[in-house]
Design a protein around this ligand. Structure first.
Ligand code: GCV
Length: 717
C-alpha cells in the first residue's frame, strides 16, 4: 500500500513538473521570472542576500511586491525582507527616503534622472556592499526595480552597477483602437481587454497585469478607446468605467487618456454646432473636461482624429486643425492635460497624391498650436505599410512638437498569423535623417524634442493587445509591444539588443537558442516586405480587412484602391512622386528630396514608391525590374521556409506549448507568403507580359483563383 502511495506521489510530482515547465501559454509575457541558469545564479546568490523597499505609497508597494516576486523566481529561493541594510541587500526607495544612504555621486547624478528616471548603483554603506535603486519619484523607483530585474533575467553582471536611465520622450502611450462593444479595430488578438459592460463593478485581475506589463517597459499612458471614437465615451456612464480602470492603473504610473469625437457637443451635448470658435461649444468642452477630471483627477488628455476617413473636425466649419486643437487644449490646460491631434488626415476630396496631404494641411499651421498640443504623425506618409519612407512632416514643423505614431498591431504586416519583429521598421524610421537642420537631424531628434528644444514630447503605439490568453494573438506579437515600450524609453537601443533581451526574458534558454531566435526575428521584417510589397510597392492588400494580397483592388474611391498606388500598366509600374509626377519628393528637405527623386540615388527599397519605371528597367544587379520583382517575392517565401526550419530545430529546447503555437503559425505564414507571391506575380505579369524567371516554382493556382478568394469575417475590420 505504502509503495503504491509513493508511486502515486512521484507520478503526480512528475505530472506537475511537466506541466509547469512545458506548458507556458504566454500569459506571463516577459515577466515570468524563471530561475537564472548557472553560472550566473551562483554569482547572484553571492551578491543578493536580502531586500528592502522603503515604501509609503501604492507605487512603492507595487515595487516591493515586484522585487520580491522577481528575486524569489530568479534566485530560486526565499529572499528575506529586512528593515536594516545588510551585506548583500537590494535597497529601493525614492531619494528622500534613502537620503542617508546616497553618496555624493548619486546625489549629483540623480538630478539628471528627471521625473521618471532612476539610478541603480552598487555602493558601500556603513561598511556593507548593497545595491541601491533610487529615483526622484516613486514611479521612477518602480521603473528601476523592473530594470534591475531585467538585468538578472538577461544574465547581466551585477558586480559593479552604475546605471542612470531616464526616458527620452515624456508621453509614452499605447493607443487602443478598442470600441465600446469590445470589438477592436485592426485587432487580431480577440476582443478588447476592457470589459465595458461589467465595469466598474467587476474589476478583471487582468487590468492589473496589463498595467504591470506596461510599467515594466516604462509606458506611462494608455488611450483606452478607438480614434474612430464613439461619443458615448464622454457620458457619465462610461467615464465612471474609465475611472475604475484609471484607479487600477495609477500605482503603475499609467495615465488614462481618451479619444473623443469632435462632434461630441452635438452628439451628446444637445448643441447644434461643434464649431470651435463658437462660445457655447468652447464652454461645453470646458464643462465636459471639468467633469472628466472629477472622475479621473490625473487624467492625461485627449487624442483626436479629425477630418479624416469621414470623422468630423474643425474643417466642417471652415476652421483649421489648429483652431480645433486649441479649443480642446484651452479646456485641458487648467488641469495639466494635453491634446494629441492626429495628422493622419484623409479628406473628402481625392488628392493628386495622398502621401502629400498631411504636410499640405499641417505645415502652414506650424506655431499656431497651444503649448499643450502635440501633433501625432504616423511613421510614414501613407498608412503603416510594411515599408514606407519616413513622414516628410518630421522636421517640417519646427515650432510644433511632433509625436510619433507607430502601429504595433500588424494591420498590414500579416496580422496575427505572421511572425514579424517590428523593431527594424521602427528604427529605420527613427534613424532616418530629415536634414531639417543639416546632417544629423534624425526623426528621433525631432520626436525627442532635442532638435528644436521642445519639452513636450511623445511616442504612441497602436496596441496589439486583446483578450487572447497570450495577449497579442501571435506569441511574437509580444516582442513588438515590448519593443515599442523600450524604444519609447530609449530610441537609441538597437533592434538586436531589444530582441536579445526579449528572447531571454521569454524563453529563458541557452545562447544557441537565443542566437537562433534572434536571427529569425531580425530577418522577419525584410522577409515580409519581400513577399508582400518589395521595392517600394505599397497598399496592395485586400480591400477593407487588409488581409492578404489585393493588387487587383479597383473601383470606388481611387485612393482606397491598389491601382492608385502601384499604377501598373503595360508600360511599367510605380508611383511617380518626382517633380515630373506628384512631386511628393519636394516635401522633403534637400538633399533627401533629391536623393529620392534621382533614380541614381533613390534606395532600391523605395524605388516604386517614388518612381514609375518600365518593366525592363535595368536594376543595379543588372537584371530587369520585372526579374527583380519576381526574385524578391520568391526570396520572401524562401526566407519563411528557412524560418520554419530554424524554428523546427528548437523543438526540444524551448517550452513545448510555445514551440507548437509558433510552429503552427509559421506554417500558416508560409501558405500566406505563397499566396502573396503567386497573386502578385501573376497579377503584375498581366501587364509585364514577361515570364517568371527560370528555376522558380510555378504558381499552382491561377490568378482568377486568387482574385475570387473572399474573407467575409476577417478580424479587425
Ligand atoms: C482607426 C487606417 C486603418 C483604419 C484606422 C486609420 C487611422 O486607415 O485602416 O482602421 O482607423 O488608419 O489610423 O485612423
Amino acid at each position: 500500500m505504502m509503495k503504491t502511495i509513493k508511486i502515486y506521489f512521484v507520478l503526480l510530482a512528475i505530472i506537475i513538473a511537466a506541466f509547469s515547465v512545458n506548458a507556458d501559454d504566454g500569459y506571463g509575457l516577459w515577466l515570468n521570472y524563471q530561475k537564472a541558469p548557472e553560472p550566473v545564479l551562483k554569482n547572484y546568490h553571492q551578491q543578493i542576500k536580502s531586500m528592502m523597499v522603503l515604501k509609503n505609497s501604492p507605487t512603492l508597494k507595487v515595487a516591493e511586491n515586484e522585487l520580491f516576486k522577481g528575486l524569489v523566481g530568479i534566485l530560486g529561493r526565499q529572499v528575506s525582507v529586512v528593515s536594516e541594510i545588510e551585506e548583500g541587500s537590494v535597497v529601493a526607495g525614492n531619494i528622500s527616503a534613502l537620503n542617508s544612504l546616497l553618496n555624493e555621486k548619486i546625489k549629483s547624478e540623480i538630478k539628471d534622472a528627471g521625473e521618471e528616471g532612476y539610478i541603480i548603483s552598487s555602493v558601500e554603506s556603513e561598511g556593507k556592499n548593497i545595491i541601491l535603486i533610487t529615483a526622484n519619484s516613486d514611479v521612477g523607483v518602480l521603473y528601476g526595480v523592473f530594470n534591475f530585474l531585467q538585468l538578472l533575467q538577461t544574465g547581466k553582471d551585477i558586480g559593479k552597477l552604475d546605471i542612470i536611465s531616464s526616458p527620452k520622450v515624456k508621453i509614452r502611450v499605447l493607443n487602443h483602437w478598442d470600441n465600446l462593444d469590445r470589438t477592436v479595430e485592426r485587432g487580431y488578438a480577440g476582443f478588447s481587454l476592457w470589459d465595458w459592460h461589467r465595469l466598474p463593478g467587476y474589476l478583471d485581475p487582468r487590468y492589473t497585469d496589463y498595467a504591470r506589463a506596461n510599467a515594466s517597459l516604462g509606458i506611462n499612458g494608455t488611450v483606452l478607446n478607438n480614434v474612430n471614437a464613439n461619443p458615448a465615451m464622454l457620458t457619465p456612464q462610461f467615464l465612471e468605467k474609465a475611472a475604475a480602470l484609471a484607479d487600477i492603473f495609477r500605482p503603475y504610473g499609467l495615465k488614462v487618456y481618451l479619444s473623443v469625437k469632435f462632434s461630441s457637443p452635438v452628439d451628446i451635448g444637445g448643441l447644434n454646432t461643434a464649431d470651435p470658435l463658437e462660445i457655447d461649444v468652447q464652454e461645453w468642452w470646458k464643462k465636459k473636461i471639468e467633469e472628466v477630471y472629477s472622475y479621473i483627477p490625473d487624467f492625461g488628455g485627449l487624442l483626436i482624429k479629425a477630418n479624416s476617413e469621414g470623422q468630423p473636425g474643425p474643417q466642417n466649419y471652415d476652421r483649421t486643425h489648429a483652431e480645433g486643437a486649441n479649443m480642446l487644449a484651452d479646456a485641458l490646460a487648467p488641469f495639466g492635460g494635453i491634446v494629441m491631434w492626429r495628422a493622419f488626415v484623409y479628406d473628402n476630396n481625392v488628392p493628386d497624391d495622398r502621401a502629400k496631404q498631411a504636410q499640405n494641411e499641417f505645415k502652414p499651421l506650424d506655431v499656431q498650436f497651444r503649448d499643450n498640443v502635440l501633433v501625432q504623425v504616423k511613421n510614414g506618409p501613407i498608412d503603416f505599410q510594411p515599408r514606407e519612407p519616413f513622414h516628410p512632416l518630421f522636421g517640417a514643423m519646427p515650432g510644433t512638437p511632433l509625436m510619433m505614431e507607430f502601429q504595433i498591431t500588424q494591420e498590414y504586416l500579416g496580422q496575427a498569423t505572421n511572425l514579424v519583429y517590428l523593431a527594424p521598421m521602427y528604427k529605420e524610421c527613427l534613424d532616418s535623417d530629415t536634414y531639417a537642420k543639416g546632417e544629423g537631424s534624425t526623426v528621433a531628434k525631432v520626436v525627442d524634442g532635442s532638435l528644436e528644444n521642445h519639452k513636450l514630447t511623445g511616442m504612441a503605439g497602436v496596441a496589439n493587445t486583446g483578450n487572447d490568453r497570450n495577449w497579442t494573438g501571435h506569441l511574437f506579437g509580444q516582442s513588438n509591444w515590448f519593443t515599442f515600450g523600450k524604444l519609447a524609453w530609449n530610441h537609441e537601443l538597437t533592434s538586436e539588443e531589444i530582441a536579445e533581451d526579449w528572447i531571454k526574458m521569454t524563453f529563458y534558454s541557452d545562447s544557441e537558442v537565443v542566437a537562433s531566435i534572434k536571427k529569425i526575428m531580425l530577418e522577419s521584417r525584410e522577409t515580409t516586405v519581400n513577399y508582400m510589397t518589395p521595392l517600394g510597392l505599397h497598399h496592395i492588400m485586400g480591400r477593407g480587412h487588409h488581409y492578404g494580397p489585393g493588387p487587383w483592388v479597383t473601383g470606388g474611391r481611387p485612393d482606397w484602391t491598389s491601382l492608385y498606388y502601384h499604377k501598373a500598366d503595360k508600360e511599367g509600374i510605380g508611383f511617380d512622386r518626382t517633380p515630373s509626377g506628384s512631386n511628393a519628393t519636394g516635401q522633403y528637405f534637400k538633399p533627401v528630396a533629391d536623393m529620392f527623386a534621382n533614380l541614381e540615388t533613390c534606395p532600391e527599397e523605395y524605388l516604386l514608391w517614388f518612381h514609375h519605371l518600365p518593366w525592363d528597367y535595368k536594376m543595379k544587379s543588372g537584371k530587369t525590374l520585372w526579374e527583380e520583382i519576381c526574385i524578391h517575392y520568391y526570396d520572401g517565401v524562401k526566407s519563411v521556409r528557412n524560418m520554419q526550419v530554424a524554428w523546427g530545430a528548437l523543438q526540444d529546447k524551448i517550452d513545448s506549448e510555445k514551440f507548437k503555437h509558433v510552429q503552427m503559425l509559421l506554417s500558416v505564414q508560409e501558405k500566406e507568403a505563397v499566396w502573396w507571391r503567386n497573386s502578385c506575380v501573376l497579377y503584375f505579369q498581366t501587364f509585364s507580359e514577361m515570364p517568371i524567371p527560370n528555376g522558380f516554382e510555378k504558381p499552382d493556382q491561377t490568378l482568377e483563383y486568387y482574385r475570387k478568394l473572399t474573407f467575409r469575417f476577417a478580424p479587425g475590420n
